[in-house]
Design a protein around this ligand. Structure first.
Ligand code: BGP
Length: 496
């Protein structure tokens, strides 16, 4: 029988750039997401730009893991002839009351959302924050409080201000640490009493794959990536410090994109390959942010590759002293790897893509449903850090069909969630993992980060909008809406 603690934080998750819209309202400045076009499963998204000196205009394709090339002097900007899904997203900016009422109807205890930095400091250097931006989030938090829904707030979720990339060269520049801490301090002070749980950087390790969206570095090199990582670690540690000074109630988590990796064969070479991949693409980030130290295997890698760890005096102490209070992570599935030369990347997935797993089924985007990935991930992470864990993203993208009578029959989503709830329950009750909560990704339909599509839907609530931004934006409850409501009301027992 499934069992969850009474205070388990059931809920859903979102991000400003994919959900909020209102991209140029309320004094907000442009972010890299706002200059990123839509794409599809087979057509990469593009960042559009202009070179002011020459007047040349163009776009650069997303390259997962690879390098994105921008011409010298290119400034990311909005161009005519492109569709930018973040501009309207699914318009939480104007629908937040209705959306929060729907969350309350499902019985949410928590809602994960992000603050767009560019709403709070449209001018990054200003000493005065933008009151309209601050007020918007205050209204949202008050609305959540009305229903006893605890916000879980990400400070940076793929919302890099364009100015940060253009004027500073993104997170590779150490000055950005101070700018971020100013922003974080402003919101930590302003929302004291309204918010308790904070996350610093969404999927911090996605900087391995998405240089512009995650760190705003347009001309990335291995050294710049190492600098950007150090600077985000420092900014996160300083945010933990500030948060604890401002309120005893505050808890600040890190956020890791995580997925179990399976070796395809029992060849020890395959096992070693998977171990190394896990360390280098996932765990070294949490070793620093939760464990408090750069792990030896990472320092050795820097040494071999001639990369400097440009830490100044006191930096490493800071990382140790202000490690995050808990570890949150996304987990959508798992990946399979082998060192044998028949390896071809044939599986889909979030952070890394391996081979297709013959034991698992996949959705139209190639993301596989692994009924045990959550339990495996929870065990791996708890064994390593002994800190409380929180699953802040998990879910399945699907092309749902809105029936004429306004219903949506998403039994595939219910099946997926049922496995994952069971997996969490086993991790809690059989393995003794302290799991704080679960926020299903994209609880109300929103734009896909990877493809910019609308049709890759995750929600319990359908939003009437298509891939070109057409639609009424009306909200409709899917079958999974009623299922999740029952699941929460029964503390995870009733999963039929
Ligand atoms: C994670 C991001 C989210 C979200 C999710 C699903 O990497 O933190 O922002 O989008 O993946 O991915 P996608 O939207 O590409 O389906």
């Amino acid at each position: 029988m499934n069992k969850f603690p009474k205070d388990f934080l059931w809920g859903g998750a979102s991000a400003a750039n994919q959900f909020e819209g209102g991209y140029n309202e309320g004094g907000k400045a442009l972010t890299i997401s706002d200059v990123t076009s839509s794409g599809s499963h087979t057509r990469p998204r593009e960042i559009t730009w202009i070179v002011p000196k020459t007047g040349e205009k163009g776009s650069t394709k997303f390259a997962m893991g690879g390098k994105m090339e921008f011409p010298e002097g290119a400034i990311p900007c909005v161009l005519e002839g492109y569709y930018y899904p973040s501009h309207q997203a699914t318009d939480f900016y104007h629908h937040y009351k209705e959306d929060i009422a729907l969350m309350a109807e499902m019985g949410f205890k928590t809602f994960r959302m992000s603050i767009a930095w560019s709403r709070i400091y449209p001018d990054l250097e200003s000493e005065t924050p933008n009151e309209e931006g601050l007020k918007f989030y205050e209204d949202v938090f008050k609305e959540l409080k009305k229903y006893d829904i605890e916000p879980l707030v990400t400070l940076s979720h793929f919302e890099i201000p364009v100015d940060l990339a253009v004027k500073y060269g993104g997170w590779a520049n150490r000055k950005v640490v101070d700018l971020f801490v100013k922003y974080a301090t402003t919101v930590l002070k302003r929302y004291k009493g309204l918010v308790k749980y904070w996350l610093t950087f969404n999927e911090i390790n996605m900087m391995e794959h998405l240089q512009a969206l995650s760190i705003g570095v347009l001309d990335v090199t291995p050294q710049k990536k190492a600098d950007a990582a150090l600077h985000q670690f420092l900014a996160s540690a300083l945010t933990v410090k500030k948060a604890h000074e401002i309120s005893d109630d505050y808890q600040v988590g890190m956020m890791l994109a995580y997925q179990p990796l399976y070796a395809e064969t029992c060849d020890p070479k395959d096992q070693l390959f998977v171990l190394n991949k896990l360390q280098r693409q996932f765990l070294w980030y949490s070793d620093v942010q939760v464990g408090g130290e750069y792990p030896n295997y990472k320092l050795k890698e820097y040494e071999r590759e001639g990369i400097q760890l440009n830490a100044q005096e006191g930096d490493l102490d800071l990382l140790k002293k202000y490690a995050c209070d808990f570890l949150s992570f996304s987990c959508y599935g798992s990946s399979v790897f082998t060192t044998h030369n028949n390896f071809i990347e044939s599986g889909g997935g979030n952070a890394v893509r391996g081979k297709k797993n013959p034991y698992l089924e996949a959705n139209a985007w190639g993301w596989e449903t692994d009924p045990h990935c959550i339990r495996i991930a929870l065990n791996t992470l708890y064994d390593r850090y002994h800190k409380p864990l929180w699953i802040v993203e998990n879910g399945i993208g699907w092309e749902d069909k809105l029936e004429e009578d306004g219903t949506i029959h998403d039994s595939y989503r219910i099946d997926y969630l049922r496995h994952n709830v069971k997996s969490m329950s086993d991790a809690i009750n059989i393995d003794g993992i302290p799991l704080m909560g679960y926020t299903m990704w994209g609880c109300i339909d929103l734009v896909s980060a990877g493809t910019g599509e609308m049709k890759k839907r995750y929600g319990f609530v359908y939003v009437d909008m298509d891939d070109e931004g057409n639609g009424t934006l009306n909200r409709y409850k899917k079958d999974s809406f009623y299922w999740y409501k029952k699941c929460i009301a029964s503390d995870g027992k009733d999963l039929d």
